[in-house]
Design a protein around this ligand. Structure first.
Ligand SMILES: [Zn+2]
Length: 207
């Protein structure tokens, strides 16, 4: 939703500096004749002050918000996505050292799941084979076996394991992985989004 807050730059604004990025707020919005709603009151639910003191956490928060806005731009409510984002912001605030590539990729995998694009990871997306899964194909929609790998790229076992664990565990317990595995997991997410949502997100960064 898009909304406007009037008089927010005045020193005595009733919003008192609450309408800042990455605040979680309880807003009252007024729907007038314009396309923009008007903010009539704002109460802070969580200000996330520690998140703001760490460049990596700020960057992770910005990319998380951007990914949500790009994938879910239909204006419909998505309670699961809202809670996932609230959880990510609160995690980055509680433990800013967690910001980094593994956390960002785990978040995106959960976002894919919420959007209905979760990649198939348990068996070959082409033929259902459960062994010898050697690649990932965005077109096929998940991991593929040696016989079905035409449009796939190589997916190592540890990249596969990272994706399975990142989807299965809470965000705060997302696994770590080597840069090579994280690179493959990121490519899998990118290919999935390109094929199923026709959009490309900014890379998660190299930390
Ligand atoms: Zn196959």
């Amino acid at each position: 939703m898009s909304a406007i807050a009037k008089g927010v730059r005045k020193a005595r604004s009733r919003f008192g500096g609450r309408l800042e990025p990455f605040f979680r707020l309880d807003l009252v919005l007024y729907e007038g004749r314009s396309d923009l709603l008007t903010v009539t009151s704002a109460e802070t639910v969580a200000a996330h002050p520690r998140l703001r003191e760490h460049a990596a956490a700020l960057d992770g928060a910005a990319r998380a918000c951007e990914a949500v806005a790009r994938i879910f731009d239909d204006g419909d409510p998505h309670a699961g996505v809202y809670h996932l984002l609230a959880n990510e912001l609160s995690l980055l605030d509680r433990d800013p050292a967690r910001a980094g590539r593994a956390n960002a990729l785990a978040f995106r995998l959960k976002l894919l799941l919420a959007a209905g694009f979760a990649p198939q990871l348990a068996a070959c997306a082409g033929c259902g084979e459960r062994e010898h899964l050697v690649g990932f194909s965005g077109a096929a929609g998940g991991v593929v076996c040696g016989a079905c790998e035409a449009s796939a790229f190589t997916l190592d076992e540890d990249a596969h394991a990272f994706m399975v664990a990142a989807l299965a565990r809470p965000l705060a317990e997302a696994p770590a992985a080597e840069p090579r595995a994280l690179g493959q997991a990121e490519r899998a997410i990118i290919d999935t989004l390109e094929h199923h949502a026709h959009l490309r997100l900014r890379p998660v960064g190299s930390r």
